[in-house]
Design a protein around this ligand. Structure first.
Ligand code: SF4
Length: 355
């Protein structure tokens, strides 16, 4: 392609002159997109019981490892009325749990202006509770600085919000976070996780952590390892840095050898597995709330229905049970990374609205 045309804007009337632009590829300007159209989707793990509603797209941050802002554009939100309409439709279709998600979910509403003021994510959550009869709302990943006190108390106080906080961490080293262009410092992160845990002692708390970021020294990795060990995570997603062409991090010096990055990844995954196990063990003998999924397994001795607890643990429930029911189960044991339990009661009759 003629490089003189790269990145230039073309007047609409010129587009009819085929000869002038025969070898050109036209793309829209992603940063000019201000609207978001979304429809609920299901991933296979949900087995059609827990729809995922995307209410926000794009991101205004510029983390140095991330290509998303270039391909998805600036943050934009699904209008409040549209979110409520879609949640109400899902409730009418008898779904009991809806997961709300976005690329940078906690920024929902900053681009929407109501009487001159932008809306906040916490207002969205409150509106879903107030204006729909959804039984359970699950909030997907929210950046650390968007976990403000109002959002934490709302989650703590409402049994209709799943006790599950996913808070991307990426690194426990201040220097690495700065090179990543992340907006918070390790002590901010620590404070948010500690607040979440003290408000909700049995909540799932998870994080994304990245190892092998360019220049990550042994000492910097050790800061991350220590933070992971110290904080009350119940699961972790550990990623190894992978260079994305076009991002600032791709051109940073001191890329980490794969062997070292893999070893760091293994160390964190091992700590995470121990934490998850301890969390699961803490529920043996207790009752938990869970939603049944559309997965039944059988062997010669027993039939099991898979379920997911309010606090994001997989549960094998003895017997065959209808999918999409909120139940209370007694946890008998844990095996193969799942709780094992038996049904105590089915609760939440259809269309329960109040807390
Ligand atoms: S990592 Fe997340 S917050 Fe950072 S730029 Fe990418 S989408 Fe935005």
């Amino acid at each position: 392609m003629d490089s003189s045309k790269v990145g230039s804007f073309v007047p609409v009337h010129d587009l009819t002159r085929r000869d002038a632009f025969e070898d050109s590829i036209f793309v829209s300007d992603i940063f000019a997109h201000t609207e978001l159209l979304a429809a609920p989707v299901f991933d296979s793990a949900n087995e059609r019981t827990r729809p995922n509603l995307k209410v926000q797209d794009g991101c205004n941050n510029r983390c140095s490892f991330c290509i998303i802002p270039s391909v998805r554009g600036r943050s934009r939100s699904l209008a409040l009325e549209e979110v409520l309409r879609q949640v109400n439709q899902l409730v009418a279709a008898d779904y009991r749990e809806v997961v709300i998600s976005g690329i940078n979910l906690g920024r929902w509403g900053r681009d929407l202006r109501v009487t001159g003021e932008s809306s906040s994510f916490e207002q969205l959550v409150r509106a879903i509770l107030d204006h729909t009869s959804l039984q359970k709302l699950r909030i997907s990943s929210v950046e650390p600085m968007d976990w403000n006190d109002a959002l934490i108390s709302l989650m703590t106080d409402s049994p209709r919000i799943a006790k599950h906080a996913h808070v991307p961490m990426q690194s426990g080293s201040d220097a690495v976070l700065r090179r990543m262009h992340r907006k918070y410092r390790p002590w901010h992160y620590r404070e948010k996780i500690e607040k979440l845990r003290s408000a909700m002692p049995s909540a799932a708390i998870g994080a994304d952590v990245m190892v092998g970021f360019p220049g990550e020294t042994d000492a910097e990795f050790e800061e991350t390892r220590r933070m992971v060990e110290d904080l009350p995570f119940t699961y972790l997603h550990v990623f190894t840095f992978s260079s994305r062409p076009g991002t600032p991090a791709a051109t940073l010096p001191n890329q980490i050898p794969v062997r070292i990055a893999r070893e760091r990844n293994r160390i964190l995954r091992e700590i995470a597995a121990e934490k998850k196990l301890a969390f699961m063990r803490s529920f043996v003998g207790l009752e938990v709330a869970a939603i049944t999924l559309n997965v039944v397994s059988e062997n010669s001795d027993c039939t099991w229905t898979e379920a997911l607890t309010d606090n994001y643990l997989k549960l094998k429930l003895q017997g065959r049970h209808d999918a999409n029911q909120w139940v209370r189960a007694r946890v008998l044991d844990r095996a193969d990374g799942q709780l094992v339990g038996d049904l105590q009661s089915t609760f939440y009759s259809r269309k329960v609205a109040s807390n």
